[in-house]
Design a protein around this ligand. Structure first.
Ligand SMILES: [Zn+2]
Length: 316
């Protein structure tokens, strides 16, 4: 058994995106349902969220962008920079809270209070660029977590594994020239799917060349191709890089029942990738794995997917 942290705050449900948007509060409610059905709650360490300090948001995002987002919420705008980004008056505060919850989880792991953590937060983050909101994302949660690990705890090598079905364009761009953060993504490409980046030849730039790795999957592919690419690309890359902490951009939207992609992963495959990440966590990172929720929109599948995900973090 491992001590697993679980970032929990009901205010994540108050980021409202309107009636026609897939990124809705019910996604988290479905996850909580899975945790309860699995009788996991009593064995988790609940981590309350507090708003992140501005300095951590600024470790990734431009000040002018942060202010633009804050003002848009204050003025009651329901859309920010693109029709994808639907929001409400509270969204800025909740986005700060999401980052704050993640940083609290990172701190608890680094100080040894817990072994690992799951952060089911909203809004998600991996599409957010330094000065641009994209794809339901406002602050790049995982990028801020990586900067926090480096600046607050002196971690020299952070490994990010992004298995959301969409490419984490924001995360890739933020660390493109940085050899201290390895960004790995497996995602659908090409397709009608968002965001269009993440081709195999994108490997980072300048000092960061070789520290970005993309494994695109074709529409219609499933478990076999996913597992083959992870074994072929991610496993050797992390063996060389030896991350001291692993951050996961966890997206469940590659599930065959999720309408947001043409990728057909089974529920079992999501358990498989998490087991594989935990093995690497034990090998290189003293078990320090922090999983941060990105996408995943099948309300029917999220209970089992999140229950299994958390059970594996707990070592059950
Ligand atoms: Zn996604």
């Amino acid at each position: 058994m491992r001590r697993t942290g679980f970032v929990y705050d009901e205010r994540f449900l108050r980021h409202k995106t309107g009636p026609y948007h897939p990124e809705i509060p019910d996604r988290l409610v479905a996850g909580y349902k899975g945790i309860q059905e699995g009788a996991l709650l009593e064995h988790l360490t609940l981590i309350p969220a507090v708003p992140a300090r501005q300095k951590w948001i600024e470790s990734v995002h431009h000040v002018a962008y942060i202010l633009r987002f804050e003002e848009a919420c204050l003025y009651g705008m329901t859309e920010f920079e693109s029709p994808d980004n639907q929001m409400c008056q509270e969204s800025y505060d909740i986005a700060l809270l999401a980052v704050g919850g993640i940083l609290a989880a990172v701190k608890a792991v680094m100080e040894g209070e817990i072994d690992n953590a799951f952060c089911p937060i909203r809004p998600p983050g991996h599409h957010a660029e330094i000065a641009k909101a994209m794809g339901f994302c406002y602050f790049n949660n995982i990028a801020i977590a990586a900067r926090y690990l480096q600046q607050e705890f002196g971690v020299e090598r952070v490994g990010i594994i992004d298995f959301d079905v969409h490419h984490g364009n924001g995360t890739q761009h933020i660390f493109e020239e940085d050899s201290s953060v390895f960004y790995y993504s497996i995602h659908e490409h090409p397709s009608f799917a968002f965001p269009g980046t993440g081709r195999e030849f994108e490997k980072g730039a300048n000092a960061g060349f070789g520290y970005t790795l993309n494994s695109p999957m074709l529409p219609g592919q499933g478990d076999d191709e996913f597992k083959m690419l992870i074994e072929r690309d991610l496993i050797p890359a992390f063996g060389t890089f030896q991350p001291q902490v692993i951050l996961a951009s966890t997206g469940f939207d590659g599930h065959r029942d999720d309408e947001m992609s043409g990728i057909n992963l089974s529920t079992e495959c999501f358990s498989w990738i998490m087991e594989r990440i935990m093995q690497m966590g034990d090998q290189y990172a003293k078990g320090r794995v922090i999983s941060i929720l990105e996408g995943g929109y099948s309300l029917a599948r999220l209970p089992e997917l999140i229950r299994n995900h958390v059970a594996i973090l707990m070592g059950r």
